[in-house]
Design a protein around this ligand. Structure first.
Ligand SMILES: Cc1cc2nc3c(=O)[nH]c(=O)nc-3n(C[C@H](O)[C@H](O)[C@H](O)COP(=O)(O)OP(=O)(O)OC[C@H]3O[C@@H](n4cnc5c(N)ncnc54)[C@H](O)[C@@H]3O)c2cc1C
Length: 343
C-alpha cells in the first residue's frame, strides 16, 4: 500500500459517510450528474453524512492540495458539482427533513432535492418556492436565488430562507441568518455556493393545497406566436398564476414550444375560474404528460395546430388561460406538478 493509499484509508476510517475512489465499483455511478455530457474523474468522492465529514473533507483536500467540488443535487448544467483529479464533497446522503407544522418552517439537509422536500412539506399542506423539476437540489437552487411556481406570491426560494448552517473554507461551522452573521446571510441568498459548504437550510413554509397546473404544448412552428401571446398575457396575469415559457424537445424528440402553468390553491377564486376555462379547452395534465407517447403528443400538437388560430382569435380579453389546452385538467399536488415538468 502506498503512503497516499494509507492516508486515504485513515481518512475513510474517520468518516461517518463513505469514501469512493476510482477503483471502487460504485465510482462511475457516484461521479455521474444530471448533465450526461459532463464526464469528470475526481480522485476521491466523499459521500458525507454530517457536517463533521464536511470539515474532515475540507481539511484533507487542503492538506493534499486537491481541488474541491461541492455536490448538492448535482443538477447544475455546468457540472460544477464534480471536478477532475480533485475531491468531491457529495452531500447527497444528507437527507434530513424536519417540518414544523405549527411554526410553518422546515429544516432540510444539504443533499435534499425539491421533490423530497415537497413530499414532506405537503403532508402538512405546506410548501415553499422551489424549482419546477423535482430532482433539482434545494442547495444549489436556493444559493443561486431560486424561482418556482410560488414565486409571484411568496418570493424566490432565497426570500424564504430563514437560516443556513455552513462549513467555511477554514473548516469552521457557522450559522447565518438575519440575526447571526447577517453579511454572510446576505451573500448566500443568491450569491451561489462559494461562501462555504451549506449543510442545512431553514425555510419559511406557506399553506399550499391542491393546485391546478400543467403543460401547454404547441408545435415549434407556432413558437413565435406563442411567445408573443405569452409576453402579452403575463403582463396582466394575477400573481397567483405563474407561467414559464420554454422551447424544447418532447420526450420523443419532437421540437415543441411549451408553457408551464400553475395557478394554485383550490378555493381561491382564480383557481376556480381557471379550472372552468381549462375544462372548456384542453390541457396536458401533469399526470398524463409523464407517460405521453409520441402518438398522443402528435395528436395534441395536431389539435393545437388546428385550433390555435391567429393571435387575434385568442380570447385574451378574458385575461385568463385561454389558449387551447389539451386533455382534461386535473388538480394535482405541487409535487406532482414538479415531477412532470421537465420537457
Ligand atoms: C432541468 C432543470 C430545471 C431547473 N429548474 C429550475 C427552476 O425551476 N428554478 C431555478 O431557480 N433553477 C432551476 N434550475 C437551475 C438550478 O437551480 C441550478 O442548476 C442549481 O445550481 C441546481 O442545484 P443543485 O444543488 O442540484 O446543483 P449542483 O450541481 O449540486 O450544484 C450547483 C452549484 O452549487 C454548489 N453547491 C451545491 N450544493 C451546495 C452546498 N450545499 N453548499 C455550497 N455550495 C453548493 C455547487 O458547488 C455548484 O457550484 C434548473 C436546472 C435544470 C437542469
Amino acid at each position: 500500500m502506498s503512503a497516499l493509499d494509507q492516508e486515504f484509508a485513515e481518512f475513510a476510517s474517520r468518516l461517518h459517510g463513505e469514501l469512493i475512489r476510482p477503483e471502487d465499483a460504485n465510482y462511475d455511478e457516484a461521479r455521474r450528474i444530471w448533465n450526461a455530457m459532463i464526464d469528470r474523474r475526481p480522485a476521491v468522492i466523499v459521500r458525507c453524512k454530517d457536517a463533521d465529514d464536511v470539515i474532515q473533507s475540507i481539511a484533507f483536500a487542503r492538506d493534499h492540495g486537491f481541488v474541491l467540488a461541492v455536490r448538492g443535487g448535482g443538477h447544475n448544467v455546468s457540472g460544477n458539482a464534480v471536478c477532475d483529479e480533485g475531491l468531491v464533497i457529495d452531500l447527497s446522503r444528507m437527507k434530513d427533513i424536519r417540518v414544523d407544522e405549527e411554526r410553518r418552517t422546515a429544516v432540510v439537509g444539504g443533499g435534499v432535492t425539491w421533490g423530497e422536500f415537497d413530499q414532506a412539506a405537503q403532508r402538512a399542506g405546506l410548501a415553499t418556492t422551489g424549482g419546477v423539476v423535482p430532482a433539482t437540489g434545494v442547495a444549489g437552487l436556493t444559493l443561486g436565488g431560486g424561482s418556482g411556481f410560488l414565486a409571484r406570491t411568496q418570493g424566490l426560494a432565497c426570500d424564504n430562507l430563514l437560516g443556513v448552517d455552513l462549513v467555511t473554507a477554514e473548516g469552521r461551522v457557522a450559522h447565518a441568518s438575519e440575526q447571526e452573521n447577517p453579511d454572510l446571510f446576505w451573500g448566500v441568498r443568491g450569491g451561489g455556493g462559494n461562501f462555504g459548504v451549506a449543510t442545512s437550510f431553514q425555510f419559511r413554509l406557506h399553506p399550499v393545497g391542491a393546485i391546478l397546473g400543467g403543460v401547454l404544448v404547441h408545435p415549434m412552428g407556432r413558437a413565435r406566436e406563442l411567445l408573443r401571446f405569452y409576453s402579452k398575457f403575463v403582463e396582466g396575469a394575477p400573481d397567483e398564476l405563474t407561467l414559464f415559457a420554454a422551447l424544447g424537445t418532447s420526450p420523443d424528440g419532437v421540437p415543441v414550444a411549451v408553457i408551464l402553468a400553475a395557478p394554485w390553491m383550490r378555493g381561491n377564486e382564480f383557481y376556480d375560474r381557471s379550472a372552468n376555462l381549462a375544462r372548456r379547452s384542453w390541457m396536458i395534465s401533469s399526470e398524463c404528460r409523464t407517460s405521453i407517447s409520441k402518438a398522443s403528443l402528435d395528436r395534441h400538437i395536431r389539435r393545437a395546430h388546428g385550433t390555435i388560430g391567429s393571435p387575434a382569435s385568442w380570447p385574451i380579453s378574458e385575461r385568463r388561460l385561454s389558449i387551447p389546452w389539451s386533455a382534461t385538467p386535473r388538480a394535482c399536488p405541487q409535487n406532482a406538478l414538479r415531477s412532470c415538468s421537465s420537457i
